[in-house]
Ligand binder design. Sequence first.
Ligand SMILES: [Zn+2]
Length: 84
Amino acid sequence: MLIIPCPWCGPRAEQEFHFAGEPKARPVPAEQVSDQTWAHYLYHRSNEKGAHRELWSHAHGCGRWFVMERDTHTHQILSTKAPA
Ligand SMILES: [Zn+2]
């Protein structure tokens, strides 16, 4: 079990959190974006080995979103912070 440090609540069990993928900018303007670009935005994941940025929500706590940097090889949490 991971212990995830929420930037606002402190360390909590991973069951309190919701993973939401990679933080990336939504393509705009939406009505002019091609199907291929939308498909890439929705379904393409970089699946990197090593340090990786992820978007999480403390769904069963404060409800706030944050960005976690985590090593996908060791599962070590490197940092958590508010989205920019
Ligand atoms: Zn929290």
